[in-house]
Design a protein around this ligand. Structure first.
Ligand code: NAP
Length: 314
């Protein structure tokens, strides 16, 4: 593939930053890659994995002369990072991000973008419960959606260039309004994470069933929730702090529907239970048919990258 950007700078080099670096390099999409991260330990991990051409703990140094800058830190760090790098951005550069929330990102970052720099927020809808540079792998974005949420009036060419980059990484790109994005991910991703955190937390707090029994007899259902509930605490803290309204709206609907289910169980309404479970089974089938999941018992999450197994979860 041809080079789309001479220099790519990634600020934050965990699961997402590392995967972007590996995929962009493997596919020859960028001339050079610079990465910046906060801690020396993370920078060393990135260096040992050979993710980039240059490494720095100074984000301004990393973004100097970059044609594409992607913020890959937790959402809560975007604003201070942007304040830091604004003066170091090259005129004509594209600034994007990988954040799981978009309304908050547009609101806080758009005013900080210097004149002549193009801001195209993004969200690759791909991930795992692992974090850090060693968790990244180049196939992460293949067959996944990447949603871009440019504001009206954003330079068309910048949006096209960033779309072409994500498509070359293997993603399908969709443009969406930031507020609508936040509603969509609230129900497809954020509320499910909250439910998983809650169910695992409840099991952990139980007094009648011991902790060792929960672990010993963890059947498929609980085990699958623990995978989601193992996701990065800081990243997910920031998601709920910054997508509060959409999450509360969806959580309200969820709780209403849960009450209906609770009543069906209490009144032994088997028809209501079976009708719902038949409907939900069909939804899983359509997700598999759409290529967003496999029917394999490991949910298609066998990791292709042996490197990650050498690095302990942080
Ligand atoms: P990660 O593996 O935890 O990596 C986070 C990176 O950001 C690390 O390089 C970390 O540096 C740096 N960082 C953390 N706090 C920082 C701070 N306060 N200031 C500056 N740098 C900081 O995270 P990730 O999973 O790649 O997620 C990155 C972004 O992608 C998040 O915004 C998330 O919402 C989004 N996203 C994640 C997923 C997913 O499934 N994980 C999916 C789609 C989008 P140090 O280690 O040096 O502190």
């Amino acid at each position: 593939m041809s080079v789309l950007f001479e220099k790519l700078a990634l600020v934050g080099v965990g699961l997402i930053g590392s995967s972007i670096a590996q995929a962009a390099r493997q596919k020859g999409l960028v001339g050079q890659i610079s990465v910046a991260t906060r801690r020396a330990k993370t920078l060393d991990e990135a260096r040992n994995l050979g993710l980039a051409d240059s490494y720095s703990q100074d984000a301004c140094e990393a973004v100097a002369d970059a044609d594409l800058v992607i913020l890959c830190t937790p959402v809560g760090a975007f604003e201070p990072v942007m304040k830091d790098i604004a003066g170091a951005l090259k005129p004509g550069a594209i600034v994007s991000d990988a954040g799981s929330v978009k309304g908050h990102v547009v609101k806080t970052l758009a005013p900080l973008i210097p004149e002549g720099v193009h801001f195209v927020p993004g969200h690759p809808m791909a991930g795992t419960e692992h974090s850090g540079p060693g968790a990244g792998f180049p196939e992460l974005f293949e067959g996944r959606w990447c949603i871009l949420t440019p504001e009206a009036g954003t330079d068309k060419k910048a949006v096209e260039c960033l779309s072409a980059f994500w498509e070359a990484l293997g993603s399908d790109v969709e443009l969406m309004d930031a507020t609508h994005h936040d509603m969509v991910v609230a129900i497809t991703s954020h509320v499910p994470h909250l439910v998983a955190y809650n169910i695992v937390g409840t099991a952990d707090d139980m007094e009648t069933v011991s902790k060792s029994e929960v672990i010993k007899f963890s059947a498929g259902g609980f085990r699958d929730f623990t995978r989601i509930a193992a996701s990065d605490p800081v990243m997910w803290r920031d998601v709920f702090l910054t997508n509060r309204e959409a999450v509360l709206e969806m959580l309200g609907r969820f709780l209403e529907d849960l009450s209906v289910l609770q009543r069906a169980v209490r009144t032994s309404d088997g028809d209501a239970l079976e009708t719902l479970f038949t409907r939900t089974r069909a939804i899983r089938r359509s997700i598999i048919d759409a290529g967003q999941e496999t029917a394999a018992p490991d949910f298609g999450r066998t990791q292709p990258d042996p490197v990650r197994r050498d690095i302990k979860d942080r």
